[in-house]
Write a protein of this length. Sequence first.
Length: 223
Amino acid sequence: MPNTIPVITIDGPAASGKGSIAQKVAATLSFHYLDSGKIYRALAVAANKRQISAPDTAKLIALTQELTTDPQQLHLLQRDPTIVSPPVGQQASQIAKNPALRQLLIPLQRGLRQMPGLVADGRDMGSVIFPDATVKVFLTADLAIRAERRLIQLQNNGIYAKITDVCEDLAQRDQTDRGRAVSPLTPPAGALHIDSTQQSITDIVKNVIRAYHNAVFIPPSAN
Ligand code: DC
């Protein structure tokens, strides 16, 4: 039976504005919100604490199994102050290459599809996790703009970095996320492509909500 609970997916590279847009769309529609990157980041934080590195597949899988069955531990890790840091982002990107680990995270993510609806952001939300999404968005922005936005985000979290380092970090992560064999960052079929370089978050949010209303609008019958 097809799942009729609405889902809006917003995929794109790091710092393209996915998180801000997804949260605002979710708040406007009173939908749930899934930040899938935070799951990979929480795994990276946990792996760090236990000194597990990305190539240690067996230990990573055991850790993923443990965390997917213990939501409280996962929530605690998601509040760790290091979660937003660039090194954790890089580690998350390395961990996310593992196909078995990604497979284990599918039920957790799909389980968040609950009424009245879900807005999910990440890299594979529209392509793999919710291929039947009501609306799929693929968000991009120029690297320089993304680096500026990420720098401000980091500063707001008390992390100070050089713009050149932030730029390099994003470019490297783009390469890993686009180049991996499983669930690479790629525009899902049927996605609405939005470039956020010159557009305000407010305008993009309005466009996404309009696309959602158009998708669910049932025209009155002719008779
Ligand atoms: O969205 P983010 O920057 O917090 O994500 C951190 C990393 O997690 C990202 O570089 C790749 C990985 N990720 C992924 O592989 N698939 C997702 N759906 C979300 C994130």
